[in-house]
Design a protein around this ligand. Structure first.
Ligand code: SAH
Ligand code: F3S
Length: 465
């Protein structure tokens, strides 16, 4: 987010967790701008501090309390200097723990869930009045999207756009259905209007967001609904939109139209984050995932037929209650077979209120750690091999930020790898044909593709993994 230290009041937002929180933080700042709040980069001198929190794993939630401990002192320093600092906790910890936050950290002024931030001006007015802590964790009957101002035109070549929110899948390990509420899709016209505004302000890449984004079913004017595949086709037709991504998908809900979009829409990047969680049918069943390991294999095959150069990333949980060595081996086998170019993996973390948290067969911590290490070593080898394999290939790279030193820019390959290149600043915001010359664990080095290094080199459609 761009900061604005000239504004009358200083707003500091710290986001944890998923990309949806990044999007939410931008919208919170949109809501607060008319009240004179401008974003700043540190909480030190802020009039309003919002921690936009994540509750997905225990560690994520605990981070909030340590940050609050630090902010308490800043708040009292400001008070001693005769100034106020409103301290607010938003996001999923706020939704899940509400009153508990006020009990553990009574100096917090406001606690509000992810579905209520359109009411921020009203909450701030109440906090100013100083009539006790403000707690807003209801799921309002009306959608917050109907009350939010149009997003501010922002500089940025790659932008997030929330199209769907909430989740009704109730995976037995997951808090999202409780913190984000029921599935909700924004109307097609609203999404398209926001996509056009973002494109007009210079965004060339749009990432459509949702907890279950591929279960998007947005109403269209005049009746009927569109799924995600159809929406992507339409977004691709917007002038200025050169690249589209979407995240996060639920495997059991990838439909034919979405697969067809991967075949027919060149703007849709050949990279898909498709969380499988485990390779064991027994564990997947315990997780209530609604897909088996072979369903996942078949789905990947169909995606590869539609788009041969597609590469996959995934999420994994190790040590889900009842997971045996055999189950874990099934996960390793699946990874070995599919080949992931990137992945996020976690030790199972019991979350209060979820069914798996009270399962009798919790896996001991040391076994979880061992399994995580084995799994991550394997995934790292796959990622590294994919990156190494990219050397010599040519990619269109969207150069979206300055590099560490003058004369360098950084961008994203179609496969989301960070690509560094020595190139003039005038190329910022352009999609440039680059030849990959070096590979590292998490990034690639490149040079401008020239006529000499062009011969017979276009291998972008090679199948991966
Ligand atoms: N909607 C997405 C995921 C949302 S949460 C999906 O369909 O999978 C992001 C990731 O966090 C999950 O994919 C899962 O791998 C991990 N996660 C969620 N709850 C967890 C828990 N209790 N313990 C460990 N990891 C968890
Ligand atoms: Fe969570 Fe499963 Fe939904 S992981 S977000 S309950 S699809």
């Amino acid at each position: 987010m761009t900061s604005n230290s000239q504004a009358a009041k200083k707003l500091y937002i710290k986001s944890y967790g998923c990309q949806m929180n990044v999007y939410d933080a931008e919208r919170m700042s949109d809501v607060l701008r008319p009240l004179g709040y401008g974003l700043v980069d540190t909480p030190d001198d802020a009039d309003l501090v919002i921690l936009n929190t994540c509750h997905i794993r225990e560690k994520a939630a605990e981070k909030v309390y340590s940050e609050l401990g630090r902010l308490k002192f800043r708040k009292s320093d400001r008070k001693a200097a005769g100034k106020q600092m409103i301290l607010a906790v938003g996001g999923c910890v706020a939704q899940a723990e509400g009153e508990e936050i006020i009990r553990r950290a009574p100096y917090v002024d406001m606690v509000f869930g992810p579905q209520t931030y359109h009411k921020l001006p009203e909450m701030i007015a109440r906090a100013h009045r100083g009539t006790g802590n403000v707690l807003e964790t209801d799921f309002p009957a009306d959608s917050k999207f109907d009350h939010l101002p149009a997003p501010e035109v922002r500089e940025g070549y790659s932008a997030f756009l929330t199209v769907q929110e909430g989740c009704d899948k109730f995976c037995t390990f997951c808090v999202v259905p409780y913190t984000r509420g029921a599935e909700y899709s924004r109307a097609v016209d609203d999404v398209l209007a926001e996509a056009r505004r973002l494109a007009a302000s210079g965004a060339r890449e749009l990432t459509l967001l949702g907890q279950n984004v591929n279960n998007y079913h947005g109403l269209i004017a005049g009746g009927g609904e569109w799924g995600l595949g159809r929406l992507i086709e339409e977004v691709a037709g917007i002038v200025g939109v050169d690249r589209i991504r979407y995240t996060t998908s639920y495997p059991a809900e990838v439909d034919d139209q979405l697969i067809a979009a991967h075949k027919n829409v060149p703007e849709l990047m050949p990279f898909l984050h498709l969380p499988v969680q485990s390779g064991s049918d027994r564990v997947l069943q315990g997780m209530n995932r609604r897909h088996g390991a072979d369903d996942y294999r078949r789905l990947v095959d169909r995606l590869k037929v539609a788009r041969p150069d597609i590469a996959l990333s995934s999420d994994f949980i190790v040590g889900f209650p009842g997971e045996t060595d055999r189950d874990f081996q099934d996960t390793l086998d699946l990874i070995d077979e599919i080949g992931f170019v990137q992945a996020y993996s976690f030790k199972y973390s019991p979350r209060p209120g979820t069914p798996a948290a009270v399962h009798e067969l919790q896996v001991p911590e040391d076994i979880k750690s061992e399994r995580l290490k084995v799994l991550q070593d394997m995934l790292n080898v796959q990622q590294r091999a994919f990156n190494d394999d990219c050397v010599g290939r040519r990619f269109d790279v969207l150069l979206d930020r300055p590099g560490r030193h003058d004369g360098q820019l950084i961008g994203r390959s179609p496969y989301m790898q960070a690509v560094h290149v020595e190139i003039g600043p005038e190329k910022l915001g352009e999609i440039v044909d680059l030849e990959i010359v070096s590979a590292h664990g998490n990034s690639l080095g490149a040079r401008l593709a020239t006529a000499e290094n062009t011969e017979g080199e276009i291998m972008e459609t090679r199948a991966t993994g």
